[in-house]
Design a protein around this ligand. Sequence first.
Ligand code: DAK
Length: 261
Amino acid sequence: MTYNILQLEQEDDILTLTINREKSLNALNHQTLDEINYFFGQDAANYPKLKGIILTGAGEKAFVAGADIKEFVGLDATAGEMLSRKGQDVLFRIEQFSKPVVAVVNGFALGGGCELAMACHLRIATEHAKFGQPEVNLGIIPGYGGTQRLIQYIGKTKAIELMLTGDMIDAEDAFKLGLVNYVLPTKAEAISKAINLIQKISQKGPVAITKVIESVNAYFQSDTNGFESEIQKFGITAGTTDFQEGAAAFIEKRKPHFKGA
Ligand code: DAK
């Protein structure tokens, strides 16, 4: 697949994916969703040394101002259900990705944009960022997992208020509510923070990082017992040579050299 909307830039084994539809405030059209899906489902495997991914929107005004409303005119119930399933699958792919995915929210993160940011493992917002699930203004509900993930991050009390009113919150409130990890004044500073976090995480045991992601996700999977999942994944990490190396490095008072196995 050729990328027409997603821009990929690689530096020091960190990939920055920029959604580049600035004139439409980076609204998620079908093509964008397909490209994101292709990247996380297939293309990412072509970057074996990848340390992590930064996902952001082009320009300074928006991360993603929602699903592309112009594409959803004329949608019917059957197509709506199908598209919701497809969109949710794409976002699950991000959430389950084996390396850290950090959203740099550089402006509006509304509707599908807020849902996309919530599927990432970490969120760093710029001071002018705004978050919201305004779907009810259009007579629909969030369809890319927003009704579930917003509750996971900020609790039912505030989540249901935001989804019923369609109100936006600013970055400071998003931080206070636990929706974002950090707030930085500018996009450049937010990107820099994202790079620092990914670099830090890349120093840890790679298998352990993947298993932390899987175990944390297990908490929210109704068909999975999270504690049981942790037991199994702990066993896997305990069986790695990286664990032997990590323990030896601690005892020998040196830095570990992890191999990801
Ligand atoms: N879709 C398409 N175009 C959009 C857009 C969007 N979500 N948001 C903004 N744009 C376009 C505007 O139409 C405008 O284009 P032109 O008129 O210049 O051609 C351009 O971006 C600049 O926007 P504004 O002129 O409106 O800029 P302002 O600074 O005045 O306002 C704003 C910024 C973010 C407050 C405003 O643009 C706005 O309210 N945008 C819409 C926000 C919104 O309601 N987002 C959608 C939430 S609903 C589904 C699953 C999920 C969803 C849908 C279906 N299925 C499973 C089928 C999700 C739905 C949503 O995300």
